[in-house]
Write a protein that binds this ligand. Sequence first.
Ligand code: NAI
Length: 336
Amino acid sequence: MKNFAGKICFVTGGASGAGLGQAKLFAKNGMKVAIADVREDALENAVKEIVAYAGCAEADVLPLKVDLTNRAEYTAAADKVEETFGGPPHLLIQTAGVNSFGPVEASTFDDFDWVVGVCFNHVVNGLLIFVPRMIKAYANKEEFHVATTASMGGLMAGAGTGPYSAAKAGVINLMYSYADALKKYGGGATVLCPGNINSNIGNAEKYRPAHLKNTGYHVTEGTMMHLRSVHAIGIDPVELAEILKEAIENGRILALPDHNPESWKDQLRGLNETIENYTLTKAERDAIQAEKMKAMKEMMEKMKAEGKEVPMMGWAVPEGGEAFGQARKDLDWIKR
Ligand code: NAI
């Protein structure tokens, strides 16, 4: 998709962080933008920010208060967009998400239901609700595109990111299916995989729905403060939106911000190599791994010798904070 002006964009999670950055950027590029979010107060503020940033008319920004995990609510929001802007979106960007971290073996059903519900199921809801409408309205007549904000977490998992990484991996995989499927209608698909965004996601636990509150993780004001401090050094949302836009314009499925730390890029290269090298024997794989570990050690020693900052394997807890990613304290089977 190359031309955005005058067309319709629908951004989920558009009241904050990455989604708000996308709404601002595509509004500035002349699109009418609907922003769907569960937080009403944040929506009101977002409309003002979008209008100020894009210099567009307030009538070209449609705020929709909706719990995107609720299919009836999501469908009603889709109807409202058609009614207001005269058609379904040409560009659907599904960015709403929440995170919650802790040992995967401590996870509860509520942890999975909440994180997978928002990060994966809402994406499915949007695709099923909008894609048929987009095909009917635009197939081989007008450009249209579906995009999703997944995460680097979907490309590589860790012991403390189980539900989140699984949901994001599912989204990435699904977008490959849509990219392939939409070709014959003249549509495209892109999945954005950021590493760290300067956003409000560190506060997500505050609006975890009441019926999904039974977490297996240790969550306090202090752990949220730590998480916020990590995200505070993330990429700027509008800068991230530019990366997504460039990928959409060039018809690329994967949008990977360069902003991701070198250590993550190395992990990704390692994962690719593992897949590429799956026919090798264990001894051959071990030899490759040993070579890489040696090179990494040498690189870190060299950086130390040159007085450069050696990349941290974790993030420091700020004063007054508490480390996030731990199990709830009463779970007695967890090794700490
Ligand atoms: P954010 O918290 O600033 O924005 C997410 C928005 O989603 C919020 O406004 C929230 O109200 C909305 N939302 C949550 N549940 C919802 C629901 N059920 N229905 C409707 N709206 C809902 O967070 P951020 O970081 O901008 O997140 C955007 C996306 O980026 C998420 O999918 C997240 O997983 C992803 N991401 C974030 C990273 C980060 O470092 N912050 C890194 C990689 C990916």
